[in-house]
Design a protein around this ligand. Structure first.
Ligand code: AMP
Ligand code: ZN
Ligand code: FE
Ligand code: FE
Length: 275
């Protein structure tokens, strides 16, 4: 039904968080693929936005400033995208800085747990995989450092055996509730959109969040099959939510491959409530 060529990939990570491509490189690739809209949606940072905007100047590509914030409900991760956030706003940037400091602290704790299991990694090894101390440090950086140091074979192995939720070296970043995160994005002038609701998120939670100011859901995503897309489009229609979509690309050479433009939202449906 929505099989037309993707022109809008509204979920891309860069080196500002756990992507492997610099924002300018993302823009070059997206422009060469003929995309019209790309949202730079890094975890807990908007540091990639300015570079992407500059790189897109003079091309047919429009950059949508965005962010992806994390929250937890009943022991499950719930990610919320914030489109068109006021990325220059000082107090919002300070808030994001605080989140990144908590990420750094968490990496320190996870390195301690890994060391107890014989996997010795220095903080510097992890920082080398990321944008330094001001980067948005996550488990992918730890996993990549473990692989680079030949302590483990693959990023997948790192998540399965040590870093995944429920694995022995997992540490929570911070425990914000999704309702709180939706409010944070609204306060920063953004459009809060539930990221990759996938198969497991209940309609009750989506309805609750819609009542709390959520404005959209990411119906199209690399992890969603066509049946899931249809279910989410129906859900959006029922709740009057707009829909978005994107590849959630983390870059070339990343564990899930280069997938800019492999998924996205049909431009006619972008930020609209499905009919
Ligand atoms: P964090 O922000 O530190 O909690 O890490 C979450 C990120 O890790 C996600 O955004 C994905 O990029 C990545 N990730 C999560 N699970 C896996 C997995 N099983 N294999 C590879 N990457 C993963
Ligand atoms: Zn990620
Ligand atoms: Fe996510
Ligand atoms: Fe993402």
């Amino acid at each position: 039904m929505y099989a037309s060529r993707v022109r809008a990939d509204l979920h891309i990570h860069t080196t500002a968080s756990d992507g492997t491509l610099a924002p300018a490189k993302v823009v070059r690739i997206a422009a060469s693929l003929g995309l019209r809209y790309v949202a730079i949606a890094d975890h807990d940072t908007v540091d990639g936005v300015e570079e992407a905007l500059a790189a897109a100047r003079g091309t047919c590509l429009s950059i949508i400033p965005a962010v992806e914030l994390s929250s937890v409900r009943d022991g499950r991760d719930i990610h919320v995208l914030g489109y068109f956030v006021n990325w220059r706003d000082r107090s919002f940037r300070e808030h994001l800085g605080e989140l990144r400091r908590m990420r750094l602290e968490r990496v320190r704790r996870m390195l301690g747990l890994l060391a107890e299991r014989g996997l010795e990694l220095a903080l510097e090894d992890v920082l080398k995989e990321a944008n330094g101390e001001n980067g948005s440090l996550g488990r992918p950086h730890i996993a990549r450092a473990l692989v680079r140091k030949k302590l483990l074979h693959s990023v997948e192995e790192a998540f399965e055996r040590y870093l995944g939720r429920g694995a022995p070296c997992f540490v929570e970043k911070y425990e914000h509730d999704p309702v709180e995160v939706v409010a944070t994005i609204r306060a920063a002038g953004g459009i809060p959109v539930l990221a990759h609701p996938g198969l497991h998120l209940t309609e009750e939670i989506v309805a609750e969040l819609a009542g709390a100011g959520l404005l959209g859901i990411e119906a199209f995503h690399s992890d969603h099959d066509p049946a899931t897309e249809r279910r989410l489009l129906r859900l959006a229609r029922g709740l009057g939510l707009v829909v978005t979509g994107g590849s959630d690309c983390h870059g070339v050479g990343s564990e899930r491959g280069l997938r800019i433009g492999s998924r996205g939202v049909p431009t006619g449906l972008m930020f609209r409530v499905p009919a």
